[in-house]
Design a protein around this ligand. Structure first.
Ligand SMILES: C[S@@+](CC[C@H](N)C(=O)[O-])C[C@H]1O[C@@H](n2cnc3c(N)ncnc32)[C@H](O)[C@@H]1O
Length: 325
């Protein structure tokens, strides 16, 4: 039975730096437990929110530890790791020992806590992986756990979150009850009004600019990166211009160093986007703190791994309305 008088309670698994959390909090949910075992992400999370359990979720799902999770929750949130299913990764899916099995820890917790709903986020390719067998398996295990009423949709952040970033992700929302399934719908598309200039910082530190010192890449960039209103992406052998004026998908690989961070030209020269600009492209509020003691590579990785907050907030709003109806 869902309580109307108090806030709906959610648990935030694979919490990263809390993008999903901000979305659900802004829609009126109360986050009562968070988990992520990455030390750096947990540091960022703790700086912005309260405690986070840094244990491996596979341990938490075990009988002795599950008491850490409050008994009464209304929804389980999980942006589970996408690498096993990503076209960029090896695509091993459930065969990926460890990471591929994480969905089963989620299922275990669903069986133990029986919230009214579950929210999952993953790469678009989850739906096609292994001849669509992987997605069928996800539906099957959710259904076995009591969540047979499932809606899933791929939403692009530029169409649903008013941010100038193309980012297609699959969002899966499952319910125990048909009446919730009938009521819930994904948000409608909205017009993109945010522009590239709305996310750019002024007075960017010199360290983000390319120069003659970057012997191999700089001559190439100078040739191609000509427009001030476009994002560019460096590939091993060429530079790709994104003609639509929206940024290519931010990914965790931005944290691998090198030239994976999108590139722009401004009045001072050619440079990478800063971590703050990447956070803006994911719709994080300005009040969100990025730890100054962490190297940029960690921050880029965390932001690329996260979600587009306004997209999640809009879905969360519809889930709240559904559960409170
Ligand atoms: C795709 S990111 C999710 C990001 C998050 N949704 C956000 O908004 O920032 C996946 C996260 O799962 C965490 N993770 C992976 N395996 C885990 C495990 N076994 N136990 C706990 N956390 C895990 C990673 O550290 C990573 O931060």
């Amino acid at each position: 039975m869902v309580r109307k008088t108090e806030k709906l309670k959610a648990i935030d698994l694979f919490a990263g730096i809390g993008g999903v959390r901000i979305g659900f909090e802004s829609a009126g949910f109360d986050i009562v437990y968070s988990n992520d075992f990455n030390e750096k992400a947990a540091e960022t999370y703790r700086m912005n929110f309260d405690e986070i359990d840094e244990s491996d979720i596979l341990e938490v799902a075990k009988e002795n530890n599950v008491k850490r999770i409050p008994k009464k929750i209304d929804i389980l949130l999980a942006g589970f790791p996408c690498q096993p299913f990503s076209v960029a990764g090896k695509g091993l899916g459930f065969e990926d020992e460890g990471r591929g099995k994480l969905i089963f820890a989620v299922i275990d917790l669903l069986k133990k806590r029986k919230p009214a709903a579950v929210f999952l986020e993953n790469v678009k390719n989850l739906q096609y992986h292994d001849d669509k067998k992987t997605f069928k398996k996800v539906e099957e295990v959710l259904s076995d756990a009591g969540y047979k009423w499932i809606k899933a949709q791929v939403l692009n952040s530029m169409d649903y979150g008013n941010v100038p970033q193309t980012r297609e992700r699959i969002y899966i929302v499952g319910f125990r009850e048909k009446k919730h399934f009938d009521k819930f719908c994904f948000p409608e598309k909205e017009v993109l009004t945010a522009t590239m200039s709305s996310i750019l910082e002024k007075d960017v530190d010199d360290k983000y600019y390319y120069s003659e010192k970057d012997k191999i890449i700089y001559p190439r960039l100078k040739e191609v990166v000509n427009h001030r209103d476009r994002f560019y992406q460096y590939r091993r052998v060429y530079v790709r211009e994104n003609k639509s004026g929206v940024c290519p998908t931010l990914t965790a690989s931005m944290g691998m160093g090198g030239h994976n961070v999108p590139i722009i030209r401004d009045q001072k020269g050619i440079r990478k986007l800063t971590p703050r600009e990447c956070a803006r492209l994911q719709g994080f509020p300005e009040s969100f703190l990025l730890p100054e003691n962490q190297a940029d590579n960690h921050l880029y990785r965390q932001i690329g791994n996260s979600v587009t907050v306004p997209v999640v907030a809009r879905i969360a709003e519809n889930i709240r309305i559904t559960l409170e109806s």
